[in-house]
Design a binder for this molecule. Structure first.
Ligand code: SAH
Length: 353
């Protein structure tokens, strides 16, 4: 029988298991706290648990941990990129960003991605597998343990499409916001999607207070289809309708991400069309300078063009910001550290996964 992934279980499930094992139910609360508050890295660190029970736990459960395979820290702003090795040898990336209002961690939701966005490094080698809830949590736990500083904000914007790993995402959100765990406020969590319309509706029905970010990136379907295969499946009109539904349900303002690519989506006409799409909505537009990926053909919009684009939106009373580039000196776009690492290791002939 496969062992159960104990860090992906909620407290109720753990309590039931303790009963099955003939243990006192309060043991579940103790174990839960060791994992999700004290952030220990194994059963052996649980000092108020008897050796006999620890043995039973080892026998019954897998205990997810991550190994730091590489880490790069920006000399400019302290941003740190972590390359983590999963227990099956796969590699994932997470980023720690330090802001005045607290520490924010950007986590991956999958190993690779199958969405195929034309400008994105994470999707080049396709999807390897979904991450378990425990592996999403552990990215935050490991960073908090390493820095000794509390993580207060989370963005699910690393490698992967979170709505392509929906159930694990929901369990992750349940555990990270749980008052018996790290208890991070849902309002401090952002989930970013390329726009899987039925999943946006399902997510809205969960009525969570998280921020939903939509990778829009183009002002019309024709352009969007050239950048993102998902646009062949759902039109912008359908996507916006799903966003309106999310807003109706949660009263949370949606963020639209718009990555500016030179000569692709940054013209006056593009700005005018984008204004038409979003102006009637209570939303926020986040302009992201495209981070050029070596193997892909997209180039970044010049700073001045980006500023002009922003000004046009502002004139139409749209809430708009240009994303601050964090850790510009350490690495490029999401997924590049992982890719580079896998390639380098591959060349040495010592590649493990
Ligand atoms: N799959 C999710 C989340 C991961 S990507 C999504 O599509 O939203 C997080 C954000 O970074 C998305 O808006 C994505 O489109 C954007 N992105 C990916 N590669 C980029 C690049 N090279 N330059 C700028 N933005 C990029």
């Amino acid at each position: 029988m496969d062992k159960k992934d104990i860090k992906s279980m909620n407290l109720d499930e753990l309590k039931k298991d303790m009963e099955e094992l003939g243990e006192k139910v309060f043991r579940a609360t103790q174990i839960y706290e060791w994992m999700h508050v004290k952030l220990v890295s194994g059963f052996e660190e649980m000092t108020n648990i008897s050796e006999k029970l620890k043995e039973k736990l080892e026998h019954r459960y897998d205990f997810t941990t991550l190994e730091i395979a590489d880490k790069q820290v920006s000399a400019m702003d302290g941003t740190a990129k972590y390359l983590f090795r999963l227990q099956d040898g796969n590699l994932i990336e997470s980023v720690l960003m330090k802001y005045k209002h607290g520490n924010s961690v950007c986590i991956s939701s999958q190993v690779g991605c199958r969405m195929g966005c034309k400008f994105c490094a994470s999707t080049i080698a396709g999807l390897k597998r979904n991450l378990h809830p425990s592996e999403m949590l552990e990215q935050i736990y490991r960073i908090q343990r390493e820095t000794g500083e509390r993580v207060s904000n989370i963005v699910v914007m690393g490698t992967g499409e979170p709505f392509d790993n929906f159930d694990h995402l929901i369990r992750f959100l349940e555990l990270i916001t749980n008052e018996k765990g790290l208890h991070i406020s849902a309002r401090n969590i952002t989930v970013s999607t390329c726009g899987i319309v039925p999943k946006i509706k399902e997510f809205a029905d969960k009525n969570l207070q998280v921020t939903l970010a939509i990778s829009l990136h183009a002002p019309n379907d024709e352009k969007r289809r050239k950048m993102m295969p998902i646009a062949n499946k759902y039109s912008i009109a359908e996507l916006l309708k799903a966003c309106d539904y999310f807003y109706e349900k949660t009263k949370r303002r949606v963020t639209f991400e718009y990555s500016l690519a030179k000569g692709v989506n940054d013209s006056d006409q593009d700005a005018r069309e984008l204004i038409q799409l979003v102006k009637s909505r209570n939303c926020h537009v986040n302009l992201i300078p495209i981070n050029p990926v070596e193997e892909l053909q997209f180039q970044s919009t010049a700073k001045k063009v980006a500023m002009d684009f922003k000004n046009k939106l502002e004139k139409s009373k749209i809430n708009v910001t240009i994303r601050r580039e964090m850790g510009r000196d350490i690495d490029g776009a999401c997924g590049q550290l992982r890719r580079r690492h896998e390639e380098n290791v591959g060349e040495d002939g010592t590649k493990e996964c």
